[in-house]
Design a protein around this ligand. Structure first.
Ligand code: HEC
Ligand code: HEC
Length: 355
């Protein structure tokens, strides 16, 4: 069975010229962001003095991307289809292999746990066209190689999909497959698809699925389908990295939304991240809300309890210029002050908070 993540992308659709109602809202956000940016830039000068502790960048690939944050997908022998049906713990649903990997009507193991999914979340009705839930899962839990969408503000979701479609946002490493697929999905989606999906995901309650563990070592592991998975062998030094792994790779591969993850982070990261988040001229909570939970009145999305490798990639991406919309400017100014070790600590801290 061919893994759909490996399917070749079709020819890229030409970008449609579209004037959308969201543009007005984006303009308002842009104005707000400009004011915040001005404040930040004046703060940045003070920050710069304090950021002399350069990170010892470990495991950087030759092209400057921290390789550990972008695990690949090794060629594995095609799984021999079992022929029968499969399920996941606690679910009454039984599905065949082809149904589990149907990108246009993805598996829904727990239909009672979320409202009915609108198109294009649950089914796109077109073979070969990705449904949001294939990657982000029906309950919006997401997976470390993509993003959790549950509980993000609808306007933020719409703005991000627009940004992907219009080239203002790419995956933090533009050639990393998961992000290139998101770009393709965004280009194929029309306004009403985006609006329905945004409404749907914004109403779901987000629960964390990751446990952050501070450690000097990490169990032996290897890249598996854009995340890491434990393998036989002795623990290895963690160094300055975050290694996030599903507790059970098989359930992860079955796209079980109850899958849990462990993220190994360097010792002391959470306290260091808390200090960085709270000190300084622009504490994270001033925009991301108390406890980084977003919510009413916050200008930025919630971060608490979300996958730390996703959060790290975003901090890296703001710095590398892969998120360039007007709304992203405050973050771009801010991350310039943070070393890679700081970004690891901030991601670890945010992920450790209760959503
Ligand atoms: C093939 C897998 C895939 C599919 C299908 C997919 N996405 Fe994504 N999505 C991703 C990945 C990967 C990312 C993270 C990209 C990055 O690292 O910046 C992402 C990120 C996002 C984000 C940004 C979240 C944030 O916190 O900023 C939004 C919003 C989003 N997707 C919405 C959607 C919607 C709506 C759909 C359906 C129309 C969809 N996605 C379908 C893979 C997918
Ligand atoms: C001045 C306001 C402001 C401050 C202060 C701020 N942020 Fe942000 N942050 C934003 C905005 C706005 C966005 C959304 C950007 C966009 O729309 O592309 C964002 C996005 C992010 C994202 C990506 C979220 C996602 O779902 O993709 C991360 C991670 C993040 N911020 C971390 C931090 C951390 C850590 C701090 C503190 C060190 C911080 N931010 C401080 C405004 C801020």
């Amino acid at each position: 069975m061919i893994d759909p993540m490996e399917r070749r992308s079709g020819p890229r659709e030409p970008q449609r010229a579209r004037q959308r109602p969201t543009q007005r809202r984006l303009r308002a956000r842009r104005e707000r962001a400009t004011v915040l940016l001005a404040k930040l830039l004046s703060a940045a000068a003070c920050f710069a003095i304090g950021s002399a502790q350069a990170a010892s960048v470990q495991d950087a690939s030759a092209d400057g991307f921290p390789a550990w944050a972008f695990p690949g997908k090794p060629a594995t022998p095609d799984k021999v289809a079992a022929g029968g049906t499969q399920s996941v713990p606690g679910s009454r649903v039984r599905l065949r292999d082809a149904q589990i990997h149907d990108i246009s009507t993805p598996p829904d193991w727990f239909p009672q746990e979320h409202p009915p999914m609108p198109a294009p979340v649950g089914a796109t009705g077109a073979t070969g066209r990705w449904a949001c839930a294939y990657c982000h899962l029906p309950g919006g839990e997401g997976r470390p190689e993509n993003a959790s969408l549950a509980g993000l503000p609808a306007a933020y979701i719409r703005a991000q999909v627009e940004a992907f479609a219009h080239g203002e946002r790419h995956g933090a490493r533009p050639d990393w497959v998961p992000g290139t697929l998101m770009t393709r999905v965004a280009r194929d989606a029309d306004d009403s698809d985006i609006a329905r999906a945004a409404e749907y995901f914004s109403r779901l309650r987000f629960a964390t699925h990751v446990r952050v563990v501070e450690s000097d070592t990490v169990p032996a592991h290897a890249a598996a389908a854009y995340v890491y998975a434990p393998v036989a062998g002795s623990p290895v030094a963690l160094g300055a990295r975050i290694i996030e792994m599903p507790v059970d790779l098989e359930r992860f591969e079955l796209r079980d939304p109850h899958s849990r993850f462990v993220a190994y982070v360097p010792r002391g990261s959470v306290a260091r991240g808390r200090k960085l988040a709270q000190d300084g001229a622009a504490p994270c909570a001033s925009c991301h809300g108390a406890g980084l939970r977003g919510g009413e009145g916050s200008v930025a999305p919630p971060l608490a309890g979300r996958a730390p490798t996703y959060l790290f990639r975003q901090l890296f991406g703001f710095g590398a210029g892969t998120r360039t919309s007007a709304a992203a400017q405050p973050m771009r100014a801010l991350v310039a002050n943070f070393s890679e070790a700081d970004r690891i600590a901030l991601a670890a801290y945010a992920a450790s908070l209760a959503p």
